[in-house]
Design a binder for this molecule. Structure first.
Ligand code: ATP
Ligand code: MG
Length: 352
């Protein structure tokens, strides 16, 4: 059995992947896949929380996300890319964990509240919408994951996951809820307490200059965007600055793009310095330079992606292989959890 730490993270097929995914999570995944056992989840069940009327789109976005993964450097020989909907232990653990969390605790999750607001869900969201936060604790714990590479918005979800793990370990394995994550007695619990692994850019702002770049908010630069599109989208980024001699805000969204995408650090510092002092540097000029840097980053990704265009069979084969590996791990967890909480009447197996 592997002694490497386990990594679990993933994406919901609510659209194609964008630069926020790359800098917030996928770049880190590509590093981790050489040293960790990595599982990357296609959260297609969770897409139904807001898109149940669009099953065909969920299906095709699921395949497109895999193409984006491959484009960004995820290697399916090293990492398991798998389907949530074909990993039944996750659904079973969701049901069980829902009993361990007070309803009000789930609803207090600030990321849920924010999503309800920015996605305009009002009072009409489905019962399944808040349930996805419980489901996400099961996504992670089903793998007995040690770390979860995610953007900043996911921290409240990881907090909830840590609470569930501690509560389960306390109720069914007799481990004090307050012991340290790496205390020796943790070995007697079913679940390690997972930590969030937030990268250098935890929250990339979208091209609206306000909200987090997000698939659902129409403010994203996609991995597949052409140089022309990148330039156009960046051109729309609102900064509020009037002229090239206005002192600019060092923390503006445009400066975040400079920090994130201009890889030549001396040049990035020079732009920032001039911008903050209002030393004859226009927003338009900075945007053109950032757009060129982004397209340079995307070009090799798009070349890799082109190899998989129109070939759904290869993509499905990759998902099938990853899902078999995911089931091997999660069925093991489920039987450990069932044994701990008195649901172990007989064993079962899943074959592919
Ligand atoms: P949706 O609008 O449907 O919520 P999304 O664009 O927020 O989609 P998710 O599938 O919810 O994407 O997130 C997948 C992963 O990417 C998470 O780890 C999330 O934190 C990270 N991520 C998404 N957007 C950004 C961003 N703008 N900056 C940093 N990380 C991000
Ligand atoms: Mg999101």
């Amino acid at each position: 059995m592997s002694t490497r730490e386990v990594i679990l993270t993933g994406d919901t097929p609510t659209g194609q992947l964008h630069l926020g995914h790359y800098v917030g999570s996928v770049r880190r995944r590509v590093e981790l896949q050489d040293t960790h056992d990595c599982y990357f989840l296609l959260a297609n069940m969770h897409a139904y929380t807001t898109r149940s009327h669009q099953p065909n789109e969920i299906h095709s976005d699921t395949l497109e996300i895999v193409r984006d993964y491959l484009a960004m450097g995820i290697n399916p020989e090293k990492s398991a890319i798998f389907l949530q909907s074909e990993t039944p232990a996750i659904a079973e653990l969701t049901f069980l964990f829902a009993m361990l969390l007070p309803f009000n605790r789930v609803m207090r999750n600030p990321t849920l509240k924010e999503e309800i607001k920015v996605k305009g869900l009002g009072d009409n969201y489905s019962f399944g919408f808040p349930l996805y936060a419980v489901g996400q604790t099961a996504d992670i714990l089903a793998f007995r994951a040690h770390a979860v590479p995610v953007g900043e918005d996911q921290i409240p979800h990881i907090e909830l996951t840590r609470e569930v793990a501690r509560r389960f370990n306390k109720l069914y394995c007799g481990i004090d809820e307050n012991v340290e994550d790496d205390a020796p007695e943790m070995k007697n619990g079913v679940f390690p307490i997972p930590r969030a692994d937030v990268g250098k850019v935890g929250r990339l702002i979208g091209t609206d200059g306000v909200n987090k770049m997000s698939k659902s908010l129409n403010n994203a630069i996609l991995i597949t965007d052409t140089p022309k599109k990148v330039k156009k989208k960046l051109g729309q980024l609102y900064t509020g600055r009037q002229s090239m001699t206005d002192p600019g805000d060092a923390n503006s969204s445009l400066m975040q793009y400079v920090d994130t995408f201009i890889t030549d650090e001396t040049r990035a510092a020079e732009i920032k310095d001039k911008y903050v002092r209002g030393d004859n540097i226009g927003d338009g000029h900075v945007k053109v330079e950032v757009a060129a840097a982004i397209s340079e980053l995307l070009e090799p990704m798009q070349e890799r992606r082109a190899q998989y265009e129109g070939d759904d069979e290869t993509i499905v084969d990759i998902i099938r292989g990853g899902t078999a590996r995911a089931n091997a791990r999660t069925e093991e967890t489920l039987s450990m959890a069932k044994e701990a909480c008195g649901l172990d009447f007989f064993s079962r197996s899943i074959t592919f």
